[in-house]
Design a protein around this ligand. Sequence first.
Ligand SMILES: [Ca+2]
Ligand SMILES: [Ca+2]
Length: 68
Amino acid sequence: MDADHDGAISREEAGNSKLSSLFDSADDDRDGLLDEEEYGLAYRVITQRHPENTQRRRTMIEKGGPFD
Ligand SMILES: [Ca+2]
Ligand SMILES: [Ca+2]
């Protein structure tokens, strides 16, 4: 994700990923970049939520219902 390898994730690099919705809350010092520590925190939040979302999406697909 760190496209320019500067050791931090810019909003542009976060793009349309799950990280972008967490970007503001993850950017603790408001410098517009997620450094390793900030990104690590956001990543934990994302991965903690991920299994739950995957399971829910799978259930919806099995039922033939709408999914995002
Ligand atoms: Ca970068
Ligand atoms: Ca920051």
